[in-house]
Design a protein around this ligand. Sequence first.
Ligand code: ZN
Ligand code: MN
Length: 144
Amino acid sequence: MTVDEKIARLKERGALLTIQRYAVLEFLQDNDLHPTAEEIYQSLRGIYPTLSRATVYNTLEVFKQYGLVQEVNIERDKAHYDYRIDPHHHFLCRRCSRIYDVGLDRSPIGMGEWVDGHKIEEVRLYITGTCSECLKEGGNAGAP
Ligand code: ZN
Ligand code: MN
């Protein structure tokens, strides 16, 4: 979904559209490593001097409610935000803390399947390890 399509969805539902909200949405589209609210704030405050931390938090909350962004809780103590809203999985690097989208050809367990008598409706995998970039730097030969 493009930024304009997401903005259209906000407008349809009568949400207030401000330049700051637009800026947060564009920032998320351009940054696919899943920034935190604080990182978004720090990156945009130079460009939008009137932007406050509270505005960023509030904007992300609104986007989440309207289904325009997804919250990624791969780290216990902080929420990350994702422009992508389609179901996909995440990989957290233990060394550099970057969070990557990962393409898994096969999910170990899928939507519509059953486990212990429970019906699965959503599967989110949070995977941790050492990312390909860090493996290159560390000269680790363990990678395939
Ligand atoms: Zn890494
Ligand atoms: Mn993602």
